[in-house]
Each structure stands twice: as structure tokens, then as C-alpha cells.
Design a protein around this ligand. Structure first.
Ligand code: SF4
Length: 318
């Protein structure tokens, strides 16, 4: 649980989530049997939701196996468990001699041995894992792995590492050649794609609304949101009302529209920049298939939805 939570999250942010999860699901069988919506709801706010979906799936795999795998090669078969997580679990809990390679380990090894291979690439994973395996104390793989990561986190830090007091300063090529700021070599950044999301906040005369579950693949898969109209750029209200999605949804119903945010709300993801606009559609007629606004707070939603609902519907929250 902690290794999955800490895959892209700092300890201070992840700890309350870890506590919530082990309190709610003290046994792996309970997590496996829980509805995915409940797991996503508990994960809400932590980001990278594929981790929650994978954790849920992995719990089901463990229940099916009848025990938690302890070997590196078997751990890799669990959904969402990659080489880093499998190595961490296998070495910490079972003292299996497999090296972990995280950002800290990349930094330490690339500097001491002057390795120019861009990190986080398949070639780097192979090269750094091979090197770490050669250096590893096979009797104490758990201590070795933790020491490597701690050394990178505390001593050989990204900016201004503490070289003067470093035990490796006589062997470190980066220190000797003055290359510390150039290492590790980062992979080239992928281009960020702009997405324009127009959310239709339907409000009926009896204070009901409509949420839809995202079914496509992607980071927000399985989460709920208002009906979405995606446009190629920032859109005027006429464009929204002319869209197929809007016409299919509203049809002949009478409504008043307004915009919640004049300026799009920007949300940055690793490869995408979302420009979100919330359009308030107050219906004058009744519509089928809506649910009370209060119930929307029970659904797992992504961060843009959460912020909007907490602000716009704060009176409904409790
Ligand atoms: S000498 Fe400096 S750069 Fe080299 S390992 Fe030590 S702290 Fe890192």
C-alpha cells in the first residue's frame, strides 16, 4: 500500500491516505471486494488515479492467489507493480537481492560513475539496474537499497550536494570534473497538449444534476464529471449550444445559461494542459435521469470537479 501511494507522492501528502486505506480496508480481502467507486472516492485528491484502479485489481489478484507474492518476478505480475515497486517490496520484506532504481539512485550513480544515458528511458533502467546490482551487498539488499535512496535524498541532492563531507568525493567523477549540475541527464520533455473542457452543470428546478462516469482510458478513467463538451479552442456559449453533445442532452427543454468562470481554470498534467470552463445550465423544465446535487458529493470526482463543487455548492456539502 505505501509503495503504491508513494510512487508519485511525497510522504507527508501520502501518509493520511495510507492511514485512511488501512483503516477502511484492514484486510486485502476487504479491498478486493470493495466497489471501485469507493476505492476511487477514498483516493480522491491524491492524483494519478490509475494507481487506485491498479491497487484494487492487485488486491483481487492477491486474493485469487491465496497469498501475497514475495518474489520479485511474481510481484511484477501484480497490476500496477513495476520494476521499482517490485524491487522495493522484495528487498525490504523478503531480503531478495534486487536493486531499486529511483530518482535518487539515478542521481548518485550517474554522478559517481559519470553516466550520460538519459534517465527513465528503457536503456537507463537496464544500465543503472545492472550497475546497482553489481554494487549491491547481497547479504543486506534491504539496507543497501534504502541507503542508496537516502544518500540521494540527503547528501547527493539535486542542487548544491554536500560534496565537501561526502565519503565518495575521491571517487566521484562528476565532482572531480565539475559536472555535478549536468548529471543526471534528463530525457527530453514531451510536448504538452492543450485541451479545452466545457463542463455542462445541469441544474433542474428540483435541484438535481447530472454526472457521467468517464469510461475512456486515461488518468481520470472511472471518475465522475459533468457532461463534457470538448472544443478545439476556448469556446463561446453559442458554440457550446450548437454542439452535438449539448443538443443530444438538452433537446427541446427550456433553460437559462450562464458561465461560472469567465477565464478558463488551468489544470496542468504531465503531458496535458486542461483549460476548463463550467457552464451553468438552469433548466426550467424537468429532465429524466438526474440525481440530487447532494449525492454528487458521494461520487469519486477529479480535482477540477471537486474544486468547483466545493465552491459553487458548498451549502450542499454537509
Ligand atoms: S561527491 Fe558530491 S556529487 Fe559526488 S556523490 Fe558525493 S555528494 Fe554526490
Amino acid at each position: 500500500m505505501s509503495e503504491v501511494i508513494l510512487q508519485q507522492t511525497r510522504v507527508a501528502q501520502g501518509l493520511p491516505y495510507y492511514n485512511k486505506f488501512v483503516e477502511t480496508y484492514p484486510k486485502v480481502e476487504m479491498l478486493a471486494a470493495a466497489p471501485l467507486d469507493d476505492v476511487l472516492k477514498l483516493w480522491q485528491g491524491l492524483g494519478y488515479y490509475s494507481r487506485a484502479r491498479n491497487l484494487h485489481k492487485a488486491a483481487q489478484q492477491v486474493v485469487e492467489l491465496g497469498k501475497f507474492p514475495s518474489q520479485y518476478k511474481d510481484l511484477l505480475k501484480l497490476k500496477g507493480v513495476g520494476t521499482y515497486t517490485a524491487a522495493a517490496i522484495a528487498s525490504f520484506s523478503n531480503k531478495e537481492a534486487v536493486p531499486v532504481v529511483d530518482g535518487n539512485v539515478y542521481r548518485v550513480l550517474s554522478r559517481i560513475f559519470h553516466i550520460n544515458t538519459p534517465i527513465n528511458t528503457p536503456a537507463a533502467v537496464k544500465e543503472f539496474t545492472h550497475l546497482a546490482a553489481q554494487l549491491m551487498d547481497k547479504e543486506q539488499p534491504d539496507i543497501f537499497n534504502q541507503a542508496m535512496m537516502e544518500f540521494g535524498a540527503l547528501q547527493c541532492i539535486p542542487k548544491n550536494p554536500n560534496c565537501a563531507s561526502c565519503v565518495f568525493k575521491n571517487d566521484c567523477v562528476a565532482y572531480e570534473k565539475g559536472l555535478i549540475d549536468e548529471l543526471p541527464v534528463k530525457p527530453r520533455k514531451t510536448k504538452v497538449k492543450n485541451l479545452f473542457h466545457n463542463y455542462l452543470v445541469i441544474i433542474s428546478p428540483d435541484q438535481k444534476t447530472l454526472l457521467k462516469q468517464r469510461d475512456e482510458s486515461g488518468i481520470w478513467k472511472g471518475l465522475y464529471e459533468f457532461p463534457l463538451v470538448e472544443t478545439p479552442g476556448a469556446a463561446m456559449v453559442s458554440k457550446i449550444k450548437d454542439s452535438i453533445e449539448f443538443k443530444d442532452l438538452i433537446g427541446e427543454l427550456r433553460f437559462r445559461e450562464s458561465v461560472y468562470n469567465q477565464q478558463p481554470i488551468i489544470h496542468k498534467l504531465s503531458h496535458r494542459k486542461i483549460h476548463a470552463t463550467f457552464w451553468i445550465i438552469e433548466l426550467e423544465d424537468y429532465m429524466e435521469g438526474l440525481s440530487p446535487i447532494k449525492d454528487a458529493f458521494k461520487k469519486p470526482v477529479h480535482v477540477l470537479m471537486e474544486r468547483f463543487m466545493n465552491e459553487y455548492w458548498r451549502d450542499y456539502k454537509h
